[in-house]
Structure formats: structure tokens, C-alpha cells
Design a protein around this ligand. Structure first.
Ligand SMILES: [Zn+2]
Length: 235
């Protein structure tokens, strides 16, 4: 990640049911633009708890040129896809990321591509897990990737995410060869369904998997406290 990732969840009692706390095991990530050329990630997070906001709309993460803010736990649903509240709707199955339009947009896009690449890698997903808001409801969103219906910006964004995912692999592989660890790729299954790719240290007999993926699959909330280098799980 090339920018700060801040967790600042809105309270469960936020008006207009913006945090309904319905548990969610996400299967995709949905990309949006805020539609507001002057708002920052902080503005968008604050809007969710602004008393004059009377809309039932929310999102998991907002990102701008400086920072990403997680507004709702990624294991709960948000209302960002406009395609209803059914169990298979985007609202109930997808993590919503709002890309801000303010400031240095090229930097914001690069931050977003880095964040999404790391989220895909953490979950063992490819770019086929990415959705536009448009894919759920037909809304022209993310609007800055629309390009009069050609969606060239969307294809470019997916390519940037894909390239960053690959870079991460190349950077991390030499590390796996150093030291005493002997890493082997393994697959982790839950209830007969593949959950994630993991690494097995054949010398130590330890399996390494992304804690978020496993914890969320088991219904726990995950919080990363970067300052204290601590992962907190809440059931
Ligand atoms: Zn949208």
C-alpha cells in the first residue's frame, strides 16, 4: 500500500440504516467514483455520520490521494450497489470502494489500484472478482472510467491492479527462498469449497494464510491496528 489505511467505522446506530450489521462473506469488490469532484476521503467518511444526510447509502472504503478510510467492517454489508437487499445482491455480497475525484486524481487512482491489488492477493482472488457499480445496477459509475460507454478507464484500472498484483508476487518470492523456511503452496478448503491459497512451511509444519480471509469466513470481524502491529478478531 502506498497510502495510509485508517479504520474509522460508523456506529451501528447510524441513522437511515446505513450500517445494518448484516454479516457478509464478500465474493467480489465493487468500484465506484464518488461523483463529487471536491470531496476527500475524510469528507466522504464524515458524510456517513452527518445529521443532514437522509440517504440509505453507505460504502466500505473511501480512498483519495492521501489515505484510505474503512467506514464499515468488510464482514458486514453496505448499501452501495443499488440492486436491492436480496441475499445475492451486490449490496449483500460485495465490498464497496469509493474512489474520490478531488485532488491529484492520478495519485488517487494509483492508490486505489495498490489497495485493490493487495485486497485481491490477501483473498487469493484475480481481477475477475472486480465489479463496476454499473455491473449491478446499470448506473454510470465509476463515472470517470466510463469514456462514453467504452469503459477504457475501467480496463486500464483492471490492468493496473493486475500488474500490481504480479509485482507483489515477484517481490515476495525471493524472500520465501531466504532463511530457514521451506515454503510450499497449498490450498485451504472450508466446507468443501476452496477458501484461499496458503503457504505451508514444511520445516516448521506451520500453515500461513491471510488471517482476514479465514476469520471473515468464520464470521469474525477483523481489525488491523498498524500502530501497535496488532490484529484484532471479534466474534
Ligand atoms: Zn457507484
Amino acid at each position: 500500500m502506498s497510502c495510509n489505511y485508517l479504520i474509522d467505522h460508523i456506529p451501528p446506530n447510524t441513522p437511515c440504516n446505513r450500517r445494518p450489521a448484516l454479516p457478509m462473506l464478500a465474493t467480489t469488490i465493487t468500484i465506484h467514483n464518488t461523483g463529487n469532484p471536491s470531496s476527500t476521503a475524510r469528507n466522504e467518511r464524515n458524510w456517513l455520520t452527518n445529521p443532514s444526510n437522509n440517504r440509505t447509502a453507505s460504502y466500505h472504503i473511501v480512498i483519495d490521494e492521501r489515505e484510505a478510510i474503512e467506514c464499515l467492517p468488510l464482514s458486514e454489508n453496505a448499501w452501495h450497489s443499488g440492486d436491492g437487499s436480496g441475499a445475492k445482491s451486490g449490496n449483500r455480497t460485495s465490498i464497496g470502494i469509493e474512489i474520490c475525484e478531488s485532488g491529484d486524481y492520478a495519485k488517487t487512482l494509483d492508490n486505489a489500484a495498490s489497495l485493490v491489488a493487495s485486497m485481491l492477493r490477501e483473498r487469493g482472488w484475480g481481477v475477475d472478482r472486480l465489479r463496476r457499480h454499473y455491473d449491478w445496477s446499470g448506473k454510470i459509475c465509476p463515472r470517470l472510467m466510463y469514456d462514453n460507454g467504452k469503459w477504457t478507464g475501467w480496463e486500464a484500472f483492471k490492468a493496473a491492479v493486475s500488474s500490481k498484483s504480479t509485482q507483489n508476487v515477484q517481490e515476495s518470492e525471493p524472500k520465501q527462498e531466504r532463511g530457514d523456511m521451506m515454503m510450499e503452496k497449498i490450498e485451504v478448503y472450508m466446507n468443501d469449497k476452496k477458501l484461499i491459497d496458503g503457504l505451508y512451511d514444511t520445516k516448521a509444519g506451520v500453515t500461513y494464510v491471510p488471517v482476514r480471509t479465514v476469520a471473515e469466513a468464520l464470521g469474525a470481524g477483523v481489525k488491523w491496528d498498524a500502530k501497535n502491529k496488532r490484529v484484532e478478531l471479534k466474534c
